[in-house]
Design a protein around this ligand. Structure first.
Ligand SMILES: NC(=O)c1ccc[n+]([C@@H]2O[C@H](COP(=O)([O-])OP(=O)(O)OC[C@H]3O[C@@H](n4cnc5c(N)ncnc54)[C@H](OP(=O)(O)O)[C@@H]3O)[C@@H](O)[C@H]2O)c1
Length: 283
């Protein structure tokens, strides 16, 4: 039995579809969701839906009954992910889960960006639990970049300078997660995952210009100005500050990898940024 948390989220949905595409029987997949009402489509496909809320430990034991392999998708509550995720790690240990796979961040052992702190805490909790693990250390999603808005306003803002990011599509990260959940001998493995071709945000802006036929430039600013701009767009202050901080660390190489782990796991080249921009703008 393979269980996926965050199954009503973007990555969770894609991972379940990737598992089904790999031939995993729907009855052997457990979708762990905060709100089962949001998972009617998964039930209709024969996937078992169980309620599991990271912040409510009493839901986690029953949800993990009979589960052999668990994918813990990191929470989207950036104020504190570590505490609720610790509940899931504890429940996995108590339920006898045989493989705990966690979506972490690239180079979690050395990353200094503030967004990495929760991932580092959860990786430490998982190691301490003694449950065999896989860390899927993901670089950025391509989907983090609002290329439609950049095409509309002619500007892609950021504070990453000339730093290169190994961003990859969510679908590619999901395919990698599904592969790990179905391959043998994955215990205590760490994957550093990113797209085959890293790029600067200037190069991304140039592709948006080429695909949209409208002038688009990368608008680099310092970290403080970028955080202020994000807040002005309605991003909550703590998240805005962490995103601007992440760009500063992107510039130092924290979101770059040349490992090739993602392409090896999915068995094909990763989706090129240029192709993703074109497909996204064509809607
Ligand atoms: N590498 C990157 O570039 C990048 C970018 C953005 C996010 N991330 C991280 O990757 C994760 C997955 O990405 P995504 O795009 O799939 O995010 P998403 O669509 O926001 O999905 C996050 C999922 O986590 C679930 N969740 C949050 N708190 C929970 C709780 N207390 N108990 C149970 N489930 C909870 C949400 O449940 P509901 O469906 O009920 O809301 C949702 O299904 C994010 O949560 C975030 O940690 C990474």
């Amino acid at each position: 039995m393979i269980a996926i948390t965050g199954a009503t989220g973007h990555l969770g949905q894609l991972t379940i579809h990737a598992l089904l595409d790999l031939g995993t029987p729907a009855a052997e997949i457990v979708a762990l969701v905060r709100d089962p009402q949001k998972a009617a489509d998964l039930s209709a496909r024969g996937v078992q839906v169980r309620q599991a809320d990271y912040t409510r430990p009493e839901t986690l034991g029953p949800a993990l009954q009979g589960v052999d392999k668990l994918l813990l998708i990191s929470s989207n509550d950036v104020a504190d992910r570590a505490t609720p995720q610790r509940n899931v790690v504890n429940a996995a240990r108590e339920a006898g889960v045989k493989l705990l796979t966690y979506t972490s961040i690239l180079h979690a052992d050395t990353a200094e960006m503030r967004l990495a702190a929760d991932h580092q805490a959860t990786e430490a909790d998982i190691r301490a639990s003694g449950v065999p693990f896989v860390f899927l250390r993901n670089s950025w999603y391509l989907e983090n970049y609002d290329v439609a808005q950049a095409a509309q306003f002619g500007a892609l803002p950021g504070s990453a300078g000339e730093g290169k990011v190994s961003a990859a599509s969510r679908a590619d990260y999901a395919a990698a997660a599904a592969a790990v959940l179905t391959l043998p001998n994955q215990e205590n493995t760490i994957y550093e995952l990113g797209g085959d071709q890293a790029f600067t945000l200037g190069e991304l802006a140039a592709e948006v210009q080429a695909a949209s036929g409208r002038p688009v430039t990368y608008q680099n600013m310092d970290e403080t100005a970028y955080a202020e701009m994000l807040r002005g767009f309605g991003v909550p202050a703590p998240l805005a500050d962490k995103l601007a901080d992440a760009d500063t660390h992107l510039a130092k190489g924290e979101l770059f990898t040349g490992s090739g782990d993602l392409r090896r796991l999915i068995g094909r080249p990763t989706t090129p940024m240029k192709q993703w921009v074109k497909d996204t703008l064509q809607g």
